[in-house]
Ligand binder design. Structure first.
Ligand code: ZN
Length: 154
């Protein structure tokens, strides 16, 4: 990624942190989970609407936390919409890889634009304590899709 593009994406993260998208309680949803990151105090609920084919037709969240956790949740709700559960899990794995350097990314199943957006948050890699802030929403999404009610990054 070029420096210009990197800057653009960092601005994207700041913007999502200040003005989170899909921070609302949806009228209808069929999956939800609560996630917390006690290290920082981030706490959020992720709401999901999955259609019978396992496609995310709506994703929203409610909660409070630091700018990174809110920006990550906001970006996530935009990225996973229209994705299947498998694609969303692949994105989660890719993001964990970008944020921690652990695991591997199967880029063949991922959209380049989505990867670039996730890359924007991967600057947290330099700040291990922030990784949990950035991945909280994704852990919570994963829990919701698995039918688990609660997840803690502790
Ligand atoms: Zn945080």
């Amino acid at each position: 990624m070029s420096d210009d593009l990197r800057e653009l994406y960092q601005e994207l993260v700041l913007d999502h942190g200040r003005h989170p998208r899909n921070r609302r309680h949806p009228d209808s949803f069929n999956h939800e989970a609560f996630g917390k990151n006690p290290m920082c105090g981030d706490a959020l609920v992720v709401y999901l609407m999955l259609d019978p084919q396992g496609v995310v037709t709506d994703c929203a969240f409610m909660g409070e936390g630091c700018a990174i956790s809110m920006a990550s949740a906001s970006l996530m709700t935009e990225i996973v919409r229209g994705k299947t559960v498998d694609q969303a899990n692949a994105l989660f794995a890719a993001f964990q890889h970008l944020a921690t350097g652990e695991g591997e990314v199967d880029e063949s199943v991922l959209d380049e634009d989505d990867l670039d957006r996730l890359q924007a948050l991967s600057g947290v890699r330099q700040f291990p304590i922030r990784v949990k802030c950035a991945t909280l929403a994704w852990h919570t999404l994963h829990a919701a899709m698995q039918g688990e009610e609660m997840v803690s990054t502790e």
